[in-house]
Design a protein around this ligand. Structure first.
Ligand code: LLP
Length: 419
């Protein structure tokens, strides 16, 4: 459920008409609903009621906006970060360092040092080499780095290949059959407090079965390690729970997911950790855009909008579907191709789609754009970096400013020898 609804014929975010935001801020612009974010955070946590000992770390990569992080910090969420930049954001939002998990396959020495210096809660190690390096850094600083070992369970998450992470050929984690030996060697290192295992098999997962299989496999490894005398007190199950991108799509929600986790991990006697991203932010945001013009096409008209693949790259990158809706729908429908102004054919949001009738100057939204939307935006074709707005009841605020091409141009320099 979200709080983007028609009121008096106009699409609103909570109690604010999207027309008002477009008029004041211009388009394209991302609009987030504070109430929806909060609701998703609560529904996810409530779904895990059957898991007594848990830690929830919001996957910052899905939406790193400071105001979004602040909402989640207020809900008691920690953070899952994959760079020093994300760590700084989580800290700036008021998330305690102890509640932050550092994931990612390429943590640099500088990032590990900075994280040790603030007393970061947990590092999810992606390789033995990384563990050895972290142990040295921590020992030099006179601290012990708390860590888990990320294992690649070789399970197909059944999602798009580009967001699948738990197959043997993917770059993530250590191979399942080598994990026990690596765990043993890393456990012996002075600078590390190795306390468990981690996995994450992919994103936008729409069935519970791949996760169930992967978690059960990790449970087996946990038992093997414990039998050999090692401590495995924490199990980080990653993120990945999918969201409905199309109205009416049926897929397992937090309650079903939580029940499955409770069933699989019930007798583990471990702290279970979660890294949800999309399920919290996806349906809490829309990308608001204006139709520049409608151009005739051979198969269907092209609705050319002022948002483009640089603002929302998911359709171009993953063939992703985002529902499109008019802000002032008339009730009439048309079949159209929705495209942006960028000069390549991948700048296409939808082909042959049945949509609300729109004309030049009309406003529309791409729904389910709160996750992996603004955070993946860029300035291709020297377009502005898209701004972000958050609505809370009948108030709203700009939570990320539009960065104009002139600002970016001002940071570029022609060397003397080219003058
Ligand atoms: N934990 C780890 C270690 C991850 O790599 C990810 C996402 C998550 C948690 C959060 O997953 P979620 O709950 O959001 O599915 N840009 C792509 C998605 C990439 C996901 C990368 N990792 C997209 O737009 O679909």
């Amino acid at each position: 459920m979200d709080h983007f609804e028609l009121k008096n014929g106009v699409l609103h975010a909570e109690d604010v008409a999207l027309t008002a935001i477009a008029e004041a801020v211009g388009t394209p612009v991302y609009v987030y609903s504070r109430a929806t974010l909060e609701r998703h955070a609560r529904v996810f946590a409530e779904g895990l009621a059957g898991v007594p000992d848990k830690h929830i770390a919001f996957a910052v990569k899905s939406n790193p906006n400071l105001a979004v992080l602040r909402v989640l910090a207020r809900e008691g969420y920690g953070a899952d970060v994959v760079s020093g930049g994300e760590m700084d954001r989580a800290l700036a939002a008021g998330m305690p360092a102890a509640d932050i998990v550092f994931s990612g396959v390429g943590k640099t020495a500088a990032e590990m040092k900075a994280a040790c210096a603030v007393g970061l809660g947990q590092f999810n190690l992606e390789s033995e080499e990384e563990g050895v390096e972290l142990a040295e850094i921590a020992a030099q600083m006179g601290v012990k780095a708390t860590a888990t070992l990320r294992v690649n369970p070789d399970v197909d998450a059944g999602t798009h290949a580009k967001i699948s992470t738990g197959k043997a050929e993917n770059k993530f984690g250590v191979a399942y059959d080598q994990a026990a030996a690596i765990y043993a060697r890393l456990s012996a290192l002075e600078g590390l407090n190795l306390r468990g295992l981690a996995l994450h098999i992919g994103s936008q997962i729409t069935s519970l079965e791949p996760s169930r299989a992967a978690f059960a496999k990790m449970g087996g490894l946990m038992r093997e390690l414990r039998a050999a005398g090692f401590t495995v007190s924490h199990m980080d199950l990653g993120g990945g729970l999918g969201v409905p991108y199309q109205i009416g799509a049926q897929l397992p929600g937090p309650a079903e997911y939580g029940a499955m986790v409770a069933e699989v991990t019930g007798d583990w006697g471990a702290t279970i950790m979660f890294e949800p991203g999309r399920v919290i932010t996806g349906n809490a945001g829309v990308l608001l855009t204006e139709v520049i013009r409608v151009k005739p096409g051979v198969t269907a008209p092209f609705v050319v909008v002022d948002a483009a693949m640089n603002d929302l790259v998911r359709p171009a990158m993953y063939d992703a579907w985002h529902d499109f809706a008019a802000v002032r729908p008339t009730g009439e429908r048309m079949v159209a191709n929705i495209v942006g102004p960028i000069c390549e054919s991948s700048d296409t949001f939808a082909m042959g789609r049945d949509i609300d009738v729109v004309a030049a100057g009309d406003l529309g939204v791409f729904r389910t754009a709160g996750a992996y939307g603004a955070t993946m935006a860029n300035t291709y074709n020297s377009r502005p970096l898209v701004p972000e707005v958050m609505v809370d009841g009948d108030k709203w605020a700009i939570v990320a400013e539009r960065i104009e091409p002139a600002t970016i141009l001002a940071a570029e320099h022609v060397p003397d020898w080219l003058r």
